[in-house]
Design a protein around this ligand. Structure first.
Ligand SMILES: Nc1ncnc2c1ncn2[C@@H]1O[C@H](COP(=O)(O)OP(=O)(O)O)[C@@H](O)[C@H]1O
Ligand SMILES: [Mg+2]
Length: 232
């Protein structure tokens, strides 16, 4: 199967000279449609750096990233946001919802970037909220939603561009275990039933049972010399 993302010999160095810090050191991996890939590793191991480069929101120092078969590391500042918009949905630990917009409007705002506006956007936002089980919360504001509900709104928003790839950086870290399971369950459904390639950064061992594939990172390298392990 063609990988959704292929990362080859990726390095990322922050800072310069005596301050230079090598956060990623020759990382090679593939992620596939219809699978949940867990990216695990201790704090500071480079997980956020890696998923941010995969998501085209941070540039690598060297190496290559192919998104949907297209090499993106050499793309210019004007082209990269388009790849991100069309191919990738990104989910953050802290939800990143606009507090002054209700759930439907938060999702509709992302649709606006795709040129979908007005009543059409609000209707589509309703459909996306339905996918995450929040059809009845479109008019609720973030402050009136639980952490798990906020994260599901953020997932609905990530789906706005109909991306083939969903990247989530510690999506359950701020959630209680029940909400965390609901969110992981939803991400797995997006992979298995809707064919998305899903990458979840976590150091939560409870996520292990949701994985099709596990990649372990330590000090900016994939450990054990294993490129990845496929869960039986
Ligand atoms: N903008 C930055 N400038 C300098 N160092 C950074 C920056 N971002 C991350 N780092 C360093 O790179 C390493 C990896 O960070 P990160 O990718 O956030 O790891 P993780 O998400 O696994 O905790 C850490 O040592 C961190 O301090
Ligand atoms: Mg991190």
């Amino acid at each position: 199967m063609e990988p959704a993302i292929f990362v080859r010999e990726l390095t990322k160095v922050y800072g310069r000279g005596a301050e230079a810090y090598r956060a990623l050191d020759g990382v090679t991996l593939e992620v596939f449609p219809r699978e949940v890939t867990l990216l695990m590793g201790p704090s500071g191991s480079g997980k956020t750096t890696l998923i941010s480069i995969m998501g085209c929101i941070l540039r690598a120092t060297s190496g290559q990233v192919f998104v949907g078969g297209r090499e993106v590391t050499s793309l210019g500042e004007s082209e990269l946001p388009r790849v991100r918009l069309e191919q990738i949905g990104f989910i953050f630990q802290g939800f990143n919802l606009f507090p002054t917009l209700n759930a439907g409007e938060n999702v509709a705002l992302a649709l606006d970037l795709k040129g979908i506006r007005g009543t059409k956007a609000l209707r589509r936002a309703g459909e996306l909220l339905d996918i995450v089980g929040l059809a009845d919360k479109a008019r609720s504001f973030p402050a009136d939603l639980s952490g798990g509900q906020k994260q599901r709104v953020a997932i609905a928003r990530a789906l706005a561009g109909d991306p083939r790839i969903i990247l989530a950086d510690e999506p359950t870290a701020a959630l209680d275990s029940h909400s965390g399971r609901t969110v992981l369950d939803l991400l797995r459904t997006l992979a298995h039933e809707r064919g998305r390639a899903v990458v979840v950064v976590t150091h939560d061992n409870r996520a292990l049972s949701y994985a099709d594939r596990i990649v372990r990172l330590e000090d900016g390298r994939i450990t054990d010399g294993l490129m990845e392990e496929k869960v039986a």
